[in-house]
Design a protein around this ligand. Structure first.
Ligand code: MG
Length: 371
């Protein structure tokens, strides 16, 4: 029988939220729920969530979908919480896990259990990619060889009786440890390392909770009318006709703006820059694009790349593509190579093929930034 002990009794104050970080939302669910799902799906027979009195009601409400889970009042330290949970756990194998690591995979959980069965313990750890130094009073006193340095994660799996006995010895000696790997190493045996995953990172600071990347799509069409040029991607291109529009008719900018706004979940350009508003008569669309970039930044996003497809029979765009890319990249604040523009015809089919107008499709990827 396998018991998962999930440590959620900390305050998580470094994240700076008004609530415990493990109750904070991540991708639509509280952080704690991700671990509950992972251990439940990986076959834990019993799940004990150590939580504070203040959080108990909210944590209990999250346990409803997991019949194997129950709460337990946490102690004043992590070690005390785990010790209390070990004493009332039913499983012969226990997996101790930090609720602040919501990205734990089923594969990792199962690997921990297998390691306990084979070696008596299984502690997730990843090789240190930076040099690790031991220091005191601002001075480094030892630099272990990189290949011997690991960053220890959770879950950490053990036979319950062995870990409980180790905790009892530590309590008798009045010693405290950072985590179970330390207690076990001191009183039982060197814990066996299970290859951890970089994705299984610990959420500590508010920026660790940044939302995921977002994709966006936009389309715009403008019809040809009177004129002697078109403006596409901020480039003035001489042509026998112009594009009909309230603004400068930069259909490339318009499709791109809608893709950006859509990706961020904001209203479309018709809402922000209505064609009934005199302020936008003949507007420079590159200037409007700049405004959209500011709106995105306030919403906590910046463009990572943009991919644009222009469908037009006329004019021939290839001589102008490089300048269009440079204009758009500059305004988006990305490298020129992050903007792709393909120009094609519609093989004389449909309204574009009849030379009546230009249609542009744009997709973008946004990355989260600090708002
Ligand atoms: Mg338009």
């Amino acid at each position: 029988m396998i018991t998962a002990i999930i440590c959620a009794a900390g305050k998580g104050t470094r994240a700076g939220f008004s609530e415990n970080k493990v109750l904070h939302e991540l991708g639509g669910l509280p952080v704690l729920s991700w671990s509950l799902s992972a251990f439940s799906a990986a076959g834990a027979d019993e799940i004990i969530v150590a939580c504070s009195e203040a959080d108990e009601a909210r944590v209990k409400a999250l346990l409803a979908p997991f019949p194997a889970a129950r709460t337990m009042r946490g102690g004043s330290t992590r070690g005390e919480s785990v010790y209390n949970a070990l004493r009332c756990a039913q499983g012969d194998i226990v997996l101790v896990h930090d609720a602040a690591r919501p990205f734990v995979s089923h594969k990792t959980i199962r690997a921990c259990v297998e390691s306990v069965k084979q070696y008596g313990s299984g502690v997730c750890a990843i090789p240190a990619s930076d040099t690790v130094a031991l220091a005191a009073d601002g001075n480094i006193f030892s630099v272990p060889a990189r290949e011997t340095a690991f960053l220890v994660q959770t879950p950490q799996g053990f036979y319950r009786d062995k870990l409980l006995a180790a905790y009892e010895k530590a309590r008798a000696e009045g010693l405290s440890f950072t985590d179970e790997s330390g207690v076990y190493a001191q009183y039982v045996a060197p814990p066996r390392i299970v290859a951890g995953e970089r994705e299984n990172r610990k959420l500590t600071y508010a920026e660790d909770f940044l939302p995921a990347e977002r994709v966006g799509f936009g389309v715009d069409t403008h019809a040809f009318g009177e004129g002697d040029h078109v403006i596409l991607g901020g480039v003035r291109i001489p042509h026998g006709r112009g594009l009909l529009a309230h603004s400068d008719g930069d259909v490339v900018c318009h499709a791109l703006m809608d893709a950006l706004l859509s990706a961020a979940g904001l209203d479309d350009i018709g809402h922000h820059f209505p064609d009934t508003d005199e302020r936008f008569r003949g507007a420079d669309s590159m200037e409007l694009l700049r405004k959209v970039v500011v709106m995105l930044s306030k919403a906590g996003y910046a463009a990572k790349n943009a991919s644009i497809s222009v469908i037009a029979e006329q004019p021939r765009l290839s001589p102008f593509i490089a300048q269009m890319k440079e204009n758009l990249a500059g305004t988006l604040g990305v490298r020129k190579s992050a903007v792709g523009i393909a120009a094609g015809t519609n093989e004389r089919l449909g309204y574009v093929g009849e030379g009546k107008g230009i249609t542009v499709y744009a997709t973008v990827l946004l990355m989260p930034v600090k708002a």
